[in-house]
Write a protein that binds this ligand. Structure first.
Ligand SMILES: [Zn+2]
Length: 55
């Protein structure tokens, strides 16, 4: 599932929703909404050959 962080808006894929954001460490994770999921998928497919830049 694709998860998002309410604090830093980090998007990441995880087998289940972690309680803690892997980027900023805040405990404000939630499931990504539809637009965020689409954004995450487009990033991972288009930018697969270069370094990922998150925000
Ligand atoms: Zn975060």
């Amino acid at each position: 599932m694709i998860c998002a962080c309410n604090n830093c808006h980090y998007l990441f894929d995880a087998p289940e929703l972690p309680e803690q954001c892997p980027d900023c460490g805040k405990w404000e994770t939630r499931l990504a909404d539809e637009s965020e999921q689409a954004e995450f998928i487009s990033r991972t497919t288009i930018g697969s050959d270069k370094e990922e830049e998150w925000i």
